[in-house]
Unconditional design. Structure first.
Length: 129
């Protein structure tokens, strides 16, 4: 895979449960004879790759609405930020997270720290009375 912002190629491991679901999607979830090698495609003719991140946003809004979730903004960056915060919460180091997210500077993950609430709770000091 190549990072869109930097053009740097990278490989990540695929967990077995994710691989199983992805294989099922590729066999049964995609329209037959899809003319693109992109993994996720439009489900309407033409069955091509998504042309903009707004497609992801529309899918998120649709499913969030069905689930009763309301947020001022839903989009692919919300997924990126929430995943980054969760990675910090489970103890992923800033260097590893920076590599996963494709940042050149490990300090770039500081933007995610402010939403990593579990980690913030663990380092907070008690409020004096």
């Amino acid at each position: 895979m190549s990072r869109p912002k930097t053009g740097v190629n990278f490989v990540l491991p695929l967990l077995p449960p994710v691989a199983k679901v992805l294989a099922r999607y590729l066999r049964y979830g995609r329209p037959p004879h899809t003319p693109t090698r992109h993994v996720f495609v439009q489900m309407k003719v033409p069955f091509g790759a998504f042309t903009a991140s707004s497609a992801v946003r529309h899918i998120l809004i649709k499913h969030a609405s069905i689930a009763g979730i309301q947020a001022p903004y839903l989009g692919s960056h919300v997924l990126r930020h929430s995943n980054a915060a969760q990675q910090l919460d489970i103890g992923t180091t800033a260097r590893v997270l920076s590599d996963l997210l494709g940042h050149r500077d490990p300090e770039s993950v500081s933007a995610y720290v402010r939403i990593a609430t579990q980690s913030l709770r663990e380092v907070s000091l008690p409020v004096p009375r």
